[in-house]
Design a protein around this ligand. Structure first.
Ligand SMILES: CC(C)=CCC/C(C)=C/CC/C(C)=C/CC/C(C)=C/COP(=O)(O)OP(=O)(O)O
Length: 284
């Protein structure tokens, strides 16, 4: 407790009593330094991740280190949140420090679970399952996991060129080989028919995960559905934009324009008014 208290004092100011933006900024800067090992470092280090994990355990035990930890500590007292997805996410980041290739989709799936599926699992206890829903908790968590995976796969497909320039290829190596493509082709970054065919298959799979996620959104509490629908519809459109760019994700960033984003909001709102699909299916 002694340690916790002293950790809340930064640059002589007691952050527990200071709600100003400057204090929050200081905490944020310090927090970032903590994570990247030194103020000018640009990479997260294994030591920083170890420290992050210790802080995670501390805050789950009611000993937050700073104001942001305290916010999460408060959240876990209010909602039934498990520490495991948080630990898994840190493990996913450890993997990312060591691994720059994925043999097959199973390996990629695991990576996507660790860095993004976990976010879905963390969110459900806060968003809540609708009291009227007849769906099993397992199926709702499955849908949340699917949305994390769909988002991460989309992110990977959007960033192929950017990742390659950092020496990373987050695409299943066996599927690349099957399509007659090599790492060299990715580094060269030329859109060919082979690439288009490969990309069509990857996009199709990401859309399947979005579809699985859709079945779970309606089971969430009414007030949680709108933002989830909005994020799902917006992120899924990145896949349409990759197609519109004729699969050039090497040098063109797939981007959803403002008008489409604004349009997605009322559509998402309309969808959020639908009854849980578990009830609709029972009605017929
Ligand atoms: C569907 C149900 C039942 C619940 C919703 C559950 C939720 C909120 C799921 C969403 C999970 C989510 C937002 C995952 C994040 C995935 C993602 C795109 C991560 C990419 O993050 P970065 O790697 O930081 O992105 P950049 O590469 O752009 O920096």
């Amino acid at each position: 407790m002694e340690l916790t208290r002293s950790c809340l004092v930064v640059h002589g100011r007691d952050l527990a009593d200071d709600r100003g933006a400057a204090a929050r900024h200081m905490v944020w800067c310090r927090r970032t330094d903590e994570l990247v090992d030194g103020p000018n470092a640009s990479h997260i280090t294994p030591q920083a991740l170890d420290r992050w994990e210790r802080r995670l355990e501390d805050l789950f035990a009611g000993r937050p280190y700073d104001m942001l930890d305290a916010a999460l500590s408060d959240t876990i007292t209010k909602f039934p949140i498990d520490i495991q997805p948080f630990k898994d996410m840190i493990d996913g980041m450890r993997t990312d420090l060591k691994k720059a290739r994925y043999k097959n989709f199973d390996e990629l799936y695991m990576y996507c679970y660790y860095v993004a599926g976990t976010v879905g699992l963390m969110s459900v206890p806060v968003m809540g399952i609708a009291p009227e829903s007849k769906a099993t908790a397992e199926s709702v968590y499955g849908a949340a996991l699917a949305l994390g995976l769909a988002n991460q796969l989309t992110n990977i497909l959007r960033d192929v060129g950017e990742d390659a320039r950092r020496g990373r290829i987050y695409l299943p190596q066996d599927e690349l080989a099957e399509a007659g493509l090599s790492d060299e082709d990715i580094f060269k970054g030329v859109v060919t028919d082979k690439w288009r065919k490969f990309m069509k298959r990857q996009i199709k799979r990401a859309r399947m995960f979005f579809e699985e996620a859709e079945r779970g959104v309606t089971e969430l509490r009414k007030e949680s559905r709108w933002p989830v629908w909005a994020s799902l519809l917006l992120y899924r459109q990145i896949l349409d934009e990759i197609e519109a760019n004729d699969y050039n994700n090497f040098t063109k960033r797939a981007y959803v324009g403002k008008a489409k984003k604004v349009l997605a909001l009322p559509v998402a709102y309309g969808k959020s008014l639908l009854l849980p699909s578990s009830l609709r299916n029972n009605q017929t």
